[in-house]
Design a protein around this ligand. Structure first.
Ligand code: CU
Length: 161
């Protein structure tokens, strides 16, 4: 009886230790997941990615979608956007006319942004149009010039649909 009891105690102890070990590992994994999630969220927040769809080399025009954020606590405006691959960058909006046809309309700079505002650029709304493609570097970049003197250089990713 005593031997059995001791054995049982040892098994219990091992179980507790194993369980603890497992728990520590689990918490470790959970912690790592949380850290990764945090870094991921934080990163995606800080980068506000822009993207475009692949266009044939002969195309002189492309559209850019994604997000542009005003990180400031104050109103600022976008004075201009320049690109390393295209001569001209315009803001466009999509409006539906009386006949129900969607039309692009050019928005003039400066583009006013409220404090912390995020402009969501998408295929049915506001987007960027890049004109007159020139030969140049492989990666497409946009440089957003804000009225507070800050210039933000953003890489435009290519997404295949
Ligand atoms: Cu457009």
């Amino acid at each position: 009886m005593r031997v059995i009891a001791v054995t049982h105690l040892i098994i219990n102890l091992i179980e507790v230790l194993l369980l603890r070990k497992v728990n520590i590992t689990n918490s470790g994994i959970l912690f790592l997941i949380q850290v990764n999630l945090f870094v991921f969220c934080h990163k995606s927040n800080a980068n506000h990615t822009l993207w475009t769809i692949p266009v044939p080399d002969v195309a002189k025009t492309t559209a850019v979608y994604g997000e542009i954020q005003n990180p400031e606590d104050a109103e600022i405006s976008i004075l201009s956007i320049i690109s390393n691959q295209y001569k001209r960058v315009e803001f466009h909006s999509m409006t539906t006319d009386k006949e129900g046809i969607m039309r692009m309309r050019k928005l003039e700079f400066p583009i006013l942004m409220k404090a912390k505002e995020i402009i969501h650029l998408d295929r049915n709304g506001i987007h960027l149009m890049l004109y007159e493609k020139q030969m140049g570097e492989e990666n497409l970049y946009l440089e957003i010039q804000f009225s507070n003197g800050v210039t933000k250089k953003m890489l435009v990713e290519t997404k295949s649909l």
